[in-house]
Write a protein that binds this ligand. Structure first.
Ligand SMILES: Cc1ncc(C[n+]2csc(CCOP(=O)(O)OP(=O)(O)O)c2C)c(N)n1
Ligand SMILES: [Mg+2]
Length: 567
């Protein structure tokens, strides 16, 4: 019999993780969590362990893996500030509905605040953005082991049911930490859920369908979602109705030529008369927060009569101050039922057609504007986005990267993601590294800004970085977003305190981390460098793209006035 830790709670936890479908654990080193690490490593090939030193990075890597693999991922750290470093990724996971299983080792309760090193109040430390919190005392008596089994089962079930999300299991461990045993663990009880799957009755879906029938002007608006071919089919069917328009974003992962996929680009060429005319009577939202500020402002001004939100949520999100209905069903199920219940042509409507014409005009103006633009961020995106191979996964960082992606509308890549749960710039690279671990069959490309890249640069030192990871860094002299958004554009602190160009020696870093390095500072050099960067297959790669700071902001600001500028 192989030796394992004598700490039974650690072993119960390792067994139950596997029983509940966890396949990967991102671990960080420490002594207090050593019994947990021993128990996890004893699960052999049933658990893949990925050691990452920096807990902030470790948690974002786990987030990236969980989102792309659509499975719960555990993270395990030692006591003290280690746990607090998980906070940014756990908050992101909470708003993205991603099941992260947070496991922290702790000292026994008696030793907290007793000047014993590396302790703080850990139970519930992440309670504002976890679905469940449990604290398991350091005791091996039978009642405590029953308690441990129950609360671990409970947390693992909670993470993946209803509104999915992170849970926190705090494990108190007393010394000695290195006691080993060959005694087998008693078989662990696994609690499972029986979940009802029924959706709407035929009568209910018909009644909802009638409310949406022409002449009602219906807008379906998708925020961030994981790719879902069945949902895509149902929405495509609905988009064939003459009174229904489907608006989606880069990270909605929805594809159809009948969807409006670059919302900001289209809304920015509408005149005032069109704004009123195109305003929907009913808006149906699905997925997470929308990136587009323009659509939020538009719907807040031209408030729809009805707003329905579809999804498994226990939070009432009233983003346009118009919410009238919550549909507590998975979007795929609701839209499938709705698509089959809706009567196609009760009354004529030209609503969808008008959107299609406007969208064509927006696209022509977009093409003309980008073609004429001087070398700038806009031009760089104009080269990069069409060149990305369709089979790649793409991750965008916050700042302007995700906003440029939204303008270009082409998002038929395998999948596209961005940390839009809480829109932090603190873990974009780590998340993309995690995403590349989970997407074993394809390249994961991160398109990021210089500030976001500098923030999370340490992750390039992790062991799990593979040649399938590539990153493009747009070097536009710091936080270009602050030169663009109206509220900060003309502030005196803009350059010294907001934009803050980072010291980011990318060439040397790439060299030090064993990555291939390419650079570009013009349209032609970018085309050439991108081709070489894309072809590199033996090492992870960085492509550094230098753009002018002020001019890039001017070009972006001008884009939203292109109807006026180009006529
Ligand atoms: C953790 C965190 N800190 C601060 C911010 C505020 N913030 C948003 S974008 C940004 C600058 C991004 O700059 P960069 O990555 O270079 O992108 P660019 O705007 O140039 O495209 C900052 C500091 C944030 N979103 N998250
Ligand atoms: Mg920047």
């Amino acid at each position: 019999m192989k030796e394992n830790t004598a700490n039974e709670v650690s072993r119960i936890l390792a067994e139950l993780l596997v029983s509940h479908g966890v396949k990967r654990v991102v671990t960080s080193p420490g002594s207090r969590n050593a019994p947990l690490l021993v128990a996890l490593s004893n699960m052999d090939d049933r658990l893949e362990l990925l050691p990452v030193i920096d807990e902030r990075s470790a948690a974002f890597i786990a987030l990236g893996i969980a989102s792309v693999s659509n499975a719960p991922v555990a993270i395990v750290c030692t006591s003290g500030t280690a746990l607090l470093n998980y906070a940014p990724a756990v908050a992101e996971a909470y708003y993205r509905q991603i099941p992260l299983i947070v496991i922290s080792a702790d000292r026994p309760a008696a030793w907290i605040d007793q000047d014993d090193s590396q302790t703080l109040h850990q139970p519930g430390a992440l309670a504002n953005f976890t679905k469940r919190n449990c604290n398991i005392p350091a005791s091996a008596d039978a009642e405590n082991l029953w308690f441990a089994n129950r609360v671990i089962n409970d947390a693992l079930l909670y993470a993946v049911t209803g509104r999915r999300g992170p849970v926190h299991i705090n494990v108190q461990l007393s010394e000695p930490l290195d006691r080993m045993t060959t005694e087998p663990l008693s078989p662990q009880r696994v609690i499972t859920d029986v979940l009802p799957t029924s959706g709407l009755t035929v009568a209910e879906s018909r009644a909802l369908g009638r409310e949406l029938a022409s002449p009602a002007k219906v807008m379906i608006l998708a925020g961030f979602l994981s790719p879902d071919p069945a949902l895509n089919r149902s929405l495509r069917k609905l988009s064939e109705l003459p009174n229904v328009v489907v608006l989606c974003e880069t990270i909605s992962n929805l594809h159809s030529s009948s969807f409006i996929s670059s919302i900001d680009s289209v809304l920015s060429v509408m005149d005032e008369r069109q704004r009123a005319d195109f305003a929907p009577d009913v808006v149906i939202t699905l997925g997470g927060a929308v990136v587009s500020r323009y659509v939020k402002q538009y719907l807040r001004k031209y408030m729809p009569r009805e707003h329905w939100h579809v999804g498994m949520t226990d939070i009432t999100v009233d983003c346009f101050r118009a919410l009238t209905r919550r549909v507590l069903l998975p979007p795929e199920q609701f839209f499938r039922q709705l698509a089959s219940a809706m009567q196609p042509h009760r009354q004529p409507s030209d609503y969808a057609h008008k959107w299609a014409i406007l969208s064509d005009r927006a696209f022509s103006l977009h093409q003309a504007y980008v073609a004429k633009a001087p070398w700038s961020d806009m031009k760089a995106f104009g080269v990069i986005i069409p060149a990305i191979p369709r089979r790649w996964n793409v991750q965008y960082s916050n700042g302007t990267s995700i906003r440029y992606a939204q303008l270009f509308g082409r998002h038929d890549y395998h999948r596209c993601d961005c940390n839009r749960g809480v829109s932090g710039i603190d873990g974009s690279t780590s998340t993309a590294v995690g995403a590349s671990v989970a997407a074993a069959g394809t390249v994961t490309l991160l398109v990021t800004g210089d500030v976001s890249a500098a923030y999370d640069i340490g992750v390039l030192g992790v062991h799990c970085l593979t040649p399938r990871f590539k990153m493009i860094v747009i070097r536009n002299g710091g936080g270009g977003i602050f030169r663009f958004i109206g509220s900060t554009r003309s502030m005196s602190v803009r350059e010294p305190l907001l934009c803050v160009e980072p010291n980011l020696p990318l060439r040397q870093l790439a060299d030090g981390y064993g990555m291939a390095y390419y650079e570009a500072d013009s349209e032609d050099s970018l085309r050439d460098a991108f081709a070489r960067f894309a072809a590199e297959s033996s090492r992870p790669a960085i492509l550094s793209v230098s753009t002018p700071e002020e001019l890039s902001a001017e070009v972006l600001i001008g884009y939203f006035r292109r109807a006026e500028l180009l006529g």
